[in-house]
Design a protein around this ligand. Structure first.
Ligand SMILES: NC(=O)c1ccc[n+]([C@@H]2O[C@H](COP(=O)([O-])OP(=O)(O)OC[C@H]3O[C@@H](n4cnc5c(N)ncnc54)[C@H](OP(=O)(O)O)[C@@H]3O)[C@@H](O)[C@H]2O)c1
Length: 312
């Protein structure tokens, strides 16, 4: 950020968000930015996409842990003591094969979807307001009940450093399981509980028309609409999770969760959009494994160079 921003006025709701420049996050941002007395700071990697007027952007490339640290420091400097009301960790990506690593040496999908957001949550947790919200975008594809591509078991070290390149969708579903486990860990941290901070794992549901699988060419777009979407329409009759929703609806729900217009019932961390409706299903079996949850927290801390202490 080169332009000197005016101080944040007292009484302003502060939202810090990743993944707000495309797809579901961009639709959510339209609603959030339209809220009165709200300051939104978006972490963006500078792919030339625009944000609504008044939204502030700070550089963030989630493929680099150092960039995450610099972003967190820039957010803290910008806020200058004003606490964060909602932290929305929505960015995500998919890979075809797990054959690339980030500069930090971690498999790219695991590093971007999980590790970078884990670090960001840890670094910004002390700057959350009492009663703040943290939202991590997960996916119901973490769950074996939804797809056979969901993990049967998890070896955290192998996710970070795959012994051999594997299918990207499996890395994706595992990374989304990590988002849900991280939400559960964060919600359990003593300082988070003491300060009444709410933590949610948000599943937008299967959503067409985003850039998650990479930007489509006009021809690919036509094929999707003519062939792939109708197939999912048929499959969706038997498996509700395969009904394709819109970024507009998923973004609307994410915005409601962000602003507090939607408050899940007590005790529910997992919020899932199914056929356009907000539901609170039981997460998949691995997501409820407390040992795995704690191992992921501890091993992720070691990977980002933090102690596995409470985050705030
Ligand atoms: N679409 C679905 O069916 C579906 C289903 C369940 C869950 N989800 C989850 O929903 C979230 C949003 O996905 P989407 O479908 O809206 O996809 P999308 O259109 O591709 O949006 C992804 C967002 O993440 C950002 N991002 C990706 N890599 C980044 C990086 N290295 N550094 C900084 N930002 C990065 C993108 O920034 P750029 O604008 O720079 O590309 C974009 O803002 C993801 O977490 C995804 O896993 C999606």
């Amino acid at each position: 950020m080169t332009i000197q921003q005016p101080p944040i006025p007292a009484g302003t709701r502060v939202v810090v968000m990743t993944g707000a420049t495309s797809g579901i996050g961009a639709r959510a941002l339209e609603h959030i930015a339209a809220e009165p007395t709200t300051t939104v700071i978006v972490g963006a990697r500078g792919t030339g996409r625009t944000v609504p007027a008044g939204v502030e952007t700070l550089a963030l490339d989630l493929t680099s842990l150092d960039a995450v640290r610099k972003f967190a420091a820039a957010v803290i400097a910008r806020l200058d003591g004003t606490p964060i009301d909602t932290l929305v960790l929505n960015a995500g990506m998919q890979v075809e094969r797990t054959d690339t690593t980030t500069a930090d040496g971690y498999e790219t999908c695991f590093a971007v979807n999980h590790l970078a957001h884990y670090l960001l949550a840890r670094l910004l947790a002390p700057y959350l307001a009492d009663d703040a919200r943290v939202i991590l975008t997960t996916s119901d594809t973490h769950d074996r009940k939804v797809t056979f591509l969901a993990p049967k078991s998890i070896d955290i070290q192998d996710l970070a450093h795959p012994a051999k390149p594997g299918f990207g969708m499996r890395a994706y579903t595992a990374s989304k399981l990590c988002n849900l486990l991280t939400a559960r860990s964060l919600a359990e941290q003593p300082r988070v509980r003491e300060r009444d901070i709410e933590v949610y794992a948000f599943n937008p549901g299967f959503t067409g028309g985003t850039n998650l699988g990479g930007e489509s060419s006009p021809t690919q777009e036509r094929i999707m609409r003519a062939v792939v979407f109708p197939i999912f329409k048929i499959v969706g009759r038997f498996k509700p999770e395969y009904n394709m929703g819109t970024p507009e609806r998923a973004g609307e729900v994410l915005a409601q969760l962000t602003t507090g217009a939607l408050t899940p019932p007590e005790g529910h961390v997992y919020v899932s959009v199914l056929k356009g409706e907000v539901t609170y299903p039981k997460p998949g079996e691995l997501a409820l494994d407390d040992q795995l949850r704690d191992d992921l927290w501890t091993q992720s801390a070691a990977m980002v160079g933090l102690p596995a202490l409470t985050p705030s």
